[in-house]
Design a protein around this ligand. Structure first.
Ligand SMILES: *Cc1c(COP(=O)(O)O)cnc(C)c1O
Length: 460
């Protein structure tokens, strides 16, 4: 078992969390249609639903909140925000949004139309949905090693460059408005992408004149993995690594709710001026003026400060170490999960955990529902329930490569003892896995984001 890297902070404010009984939770689950998104947060003991917007801000960020300039146009915090992102990414045009998905919406509605193909290592669910909403085709080209849950590889988030080139030739470069690398690769297990892979992707795309975008939600965690795992980077600072990563990008979409260390916010940054101008018009229509994009002045300030804080190597060592610590405890009891652990979450392999439940009965969702029922822990399914869909031409069901349950760790929120409770609860469930049942959907939305709204029941 690995050592725990102590929290590089002390606690100044606390928030009470409450225990509930298994009977209470059973009732709550029934009412929620076994959809964990519909459970009131006050009824959750340890909430690992997502690491998005759930982090704790620092004293420095809270102090920044007080300096919010709430003028409609060109408030002082906008200048700090813009300058911070320009310095960080080297990109010229910064477009503020209230979440990452709006940055995606603005980008893809500007460059994707019917039949256009967007290539990625793996599209995150909102990214995929935004490509589809514009009648585009999102294709995932992660390396084969990235799809084998217990295969150890330092950069399982890498895109397969041979497949990338083949796919570009197949569809024709004129039909590929951009390639987007998700760093780290959320849907594929929070796995990092190597500097070499980013560099080679850029070089390949340059020869076809296709822009490279980064979905940079977890850019700092990715940079830390490069530092500890990639030859030649051990002596570099996180700052230097981040700058090199972004030097290959023509644009970036980001949800600041991750490595921005804030509860709300996002942005799009890019170098193409004509495209930026078109997007800005749309921004005013759907989000707000150019210098706030759906955010308050104080939010812009908190993001600017968060984007600097996140580069602290002590923080990143603790952050990545905490996730590994949880993984190591599960490993010691044989619980199957994606190895090595990623940057923000442990991804349990639900198909291996529950081999008796077929994909059509959502093994991951069964695991999630049972984990809440028994231990008050909330996790999220990333598998058949989230992604299975009917092929429009053949009518057959298409299932994703992996059925995962994500235990996402909020930033700077839970301690070592919380993680011990989580590990012990999962290990207990693992010992009792044969009794877990499959599930079926009884009501679903039409959107490609149905997992947020659908209702399910256990198959008795
Ligand atoms: C969270 C996330 C998004 C979307 O960001 P929101 O702020 O939730 O809209 C996009 N891509 C990745 C990889 C993410 O993790």
């Amino acid at each position: 078992m690995s050592n725990y890297v102590p929290e590089p902070f002390r606690i100044k404010v606390i928030e009470k969390i409450s225990k509930t009984t298994p009977e209470e939770r059973e009732e709550l689950l029934k009412k929620a249609g076994y959809n964990l998104f519909a459970i009131p947060s006050e009824k959750v003991y340890i909430d690992l639903l997502t690491d998005s917007g759930t982090g704790a801000m620092s004293d420095n960020q809270w102090a920044g909140i007080q300096t919010g300039d709430e003028a409609y146009a060109y408030c002082r915090n906008w200048f700090h925000f813009e300058e911070t992102i320009r310095n960080l990414t080297g990109l010229k045009f910064v477009i503020p949004t209230h979440q990452g998905r709006v940055a995606e919406n603005l980008l893809f509605s500007a460059v994707v139309s019917k039949g256009k193909v967007v290539l990625s290592n793996s599209h995150f669910d909102t990214t995929r949905a935004n490509v589809l909403a514009n009648q585009g085709i999102p294709l995932d080209l992660v390396i084969d090693e990235g799809k084998i849950p217990d295969f150890i590889h330092p950069f399982k988030g890498n895109i397969d460059l041979q497949k990338l080139e083949k796919t570009i030739r197949h569809y024709g470069k004129e039909n590929i408005p951009l390639v987007i690398l998700t760093i780290t690769n959320n849907s594929g297990g929070g796995q990092p992408v190597s500097m070499q892979n980013i560099r080679e992707t850029k070089a390949l795309l340059k020869s076809y004149d296709i822009p490279l975008f980064l979905d940079a939600c977890r850019f700092a965690e990715n940079a830390y993995f490069i530092k500890i795992r990639e030859a030649g980077y051990q002596q570099k600072t996180i700052d230097e690594i981040v700058h090199e990563m972004f030097s290959y990008a023509d644009g970036v979409t980001m949800s600041a709710k991750k490595d921005g260390l804030v509860n709300i916010g996002g942005f799009l940054a890019l170098n193409d001026e004509a495209l930026a101008d078109r997007i800005k018009e749309h921004l005013i229509l759907i989000e707000g003026f150019l210098t706030y994009g759906g955010l308050a002045g104080r939010d812009l300030e908190a993001i600017a400060r968060g984007l600097k804080e996140v580069l602290d190597e002590d923080y990143l060592e603790y952050r990545v170490g905490q996730v590994k610590f949880l993984g190591d405890m599960l490993e010691a009891s044989g619980v199957p999960f994606i190895k090595p652990t990623g940057g923000h979450a442990v991804y349990i392999d639900a198909r291996q955990f529950l081999p008796h439940i077929p994909q059509s009965q959502f093994p991951g969702q069964s695991l999630v529902a049972n984990l809440y029922r028994r231990a008050g822990i909330r996790a999220t399914e990333i598998g058949s329930y989230m992604f299975a869909h009917e092929d429009s031409s053949t009518g057959e069901m298409v299932y994703p490569d992996l059925d995962l349950v994500r235990l996402a760790i909020p930033r700077r929120v839970y301690t070592e003892s919380h993680l011990r409770y989580v590990a012990e609860s999962i290990i207990k469930l693992y010992h009792d896995r044969d009794s877990l049942k499959g599930m079926k959907i009884v009501a679903k939305g039409e959107s490609s984001l149905r997992h947020f709204v659908a209702r399910l029941v256990f198959i008795e």
